[in-house]
Design a protein around this ligand. Structure first.
Ligand SMILES: NC(=O)c1ccc[n+]([C@@H]2O[C@H](COP(=O)([O-])OP(=O)(O)OC[C@H]3O[C@@H](n4cnc5c(N)ncnc54)[C@H](OP(=O)(O)O)[C@@H]3O)[C@@H](O)[C@H]2O)c1
Length: 328
């Protein structure tokens, strides 16, 4: 059985709102040397897909969005040795996943182990590998560490807070609704703050007895800057890793001195999975915590691939909790 010559895909036709996403058939190539044809069974939606669609992270249009997908190998090109047709695989951080079938380099594939469904792999890989490097490599979180994690009921947040708790940390999470508060509390957060209705700086000071947290993980960006800096202890670490509310505005390094000789990093997953060994180690650590039960993956929303624009609308309107997936 040979693969079709076209595949149905979402394309971003120009930078803009969710309405620039268009569903239709595009040509499907054959796997060349070192390449593999994958049929997607589940596709992860991530906030980076929104930045790329909107043009905050510029990409030449038209392009196929999506940075995470899971499925089954249908065909392999010459010289491919690590996978064969029928194997379950995922790609992460390789753009172009809002599509039924794609050709991907063998070197980009992550094997999905037994005990992890395709849906969980698509829901967790990019978000969970992000949690992995944030908690283990940006800073070594462990017993005795107190962290603040903004958007704790989000896709990255729910995984990271469970993982941080499993590492022995005290976890303070912020959320935007009471429903999300309950979810965060059930998924690793020892303390939950509704930052839409409460002063999160005052609450963190109260919870930590005036000391402040060791690490503040902030993916909200514009709306939580600079207040997040006031939640840190002297010489604490501010990890700015996203822009869900918009980018952090330019600031003077002097503010880090004024707020307590703080450290700051602005990391991204690609630099923590730059080598094949790092990619494999990060994925393996994630699959370990999923299979041990330390981290449960919460799929809060499922949309048909054709309805990707609706998934983006929900994500941008803060209506999602946990991970969102597209079903081809
Ligand atoms: N640097 C990296 O390596 C890396 C990798 C992966 C993800 N990220 C970042 O991590 C963050 C989480 O990603 P995700 O895909 O899991 O998304 P998500 O957390 O599921 O969704 C974003 C959440 O941010 C909160 N938020 C606060 N203000 C918002 C606003 N004005 N607009 C939209 N959302 C707002 C909302 O939660 P509440 O309603 O609870 O406020 C919302 O649900 C994103 O910023 C993403 O870019 C960074």
């Amino acid at each position: 059985m040979s693969a079709p010559a076209t595949t149905r895909a979402i394309q971003a036709l120009r930078p803009g709102g969710p309405e620039v996403l268009s569903f239709g058939a595009i040509p499907l190539g054959r796997p060349g040397p070192g390449e593999v044809l994958v049929r997607h069974t589940a596709i992860g939606v991530n906030f980076i897909d929104v930045y790329q669609r909107a043009g905050l992270y510029p990409i030449d249009t038209p392009f196929v969005p999506g940075n995470e997908g899971a499925g089954v190998v249908e065909e392999v090109g010459e010289g491919v040795t690590s996978v064969r047709p029928g194997n379950r695989v995922a790609t992460v951080n390789l753009r172009g996943t809002y599509v039924e079938r794609r050709v991907a380099p063998e070197s980009s594939l992550v094997a999905i182990p037994d005990g992890v469904t395709d849906e969980v792999a698509a829901a967790a890989l990019l978000k969970g590998m992000t949690a992995e490097y944030l908690l283990r490599r940006t800073h070594a979180v462990g017993p005795g560490t107190t962290i603040l994690f903004h958007a704790a009921a989000g896709g990255v947040g729910l995984i990271a807070c469970q993982w941080a708790a499993a590492l022995g940390a005290t976890v303070i999470g912020t959320v935007g609704s009471q429903e999300k508060a309950a979810l965060a509390r059930a998924n690793g957060c020892h303390h939950v703050i509704d930052y839409r209705t409460e002063d999160f700086v005052a609450r963190v000071k109260d919870i930590t007895g005036g000391r402040g947290v060791d690490v503040a993980y902030d993916s909200v960006g514009k709306d939580t800057f600079p207040a997040t800096l006031d939640t840190l202890r002297p010489r604490g670490l501010w990890v700015s890793f996203g822009n869900s509310s918009g980018p952090v505005p330019p600031f003077s390094p002097l503010i880090l001195s004024q707020k307590g000789s703080l450290f700051m990093t602005r990391p991204t997953l690609g630099h923590y999975t730059a080598t094949r060994a790092e990619l494999e180690a990060s994925a393996a650590a994630l699959f370990d915590v999923i299979r041990s039960g330390a981290v449960a993956v919460h799929v809060g929303g499922r949309f048909a691939l054709a309805d990707a624009a609706d998934a983006h609308r929900a994500l941008e309107a803060r209506q999602t909790a946990g991970s969102t997936i597209l079903v081809p």
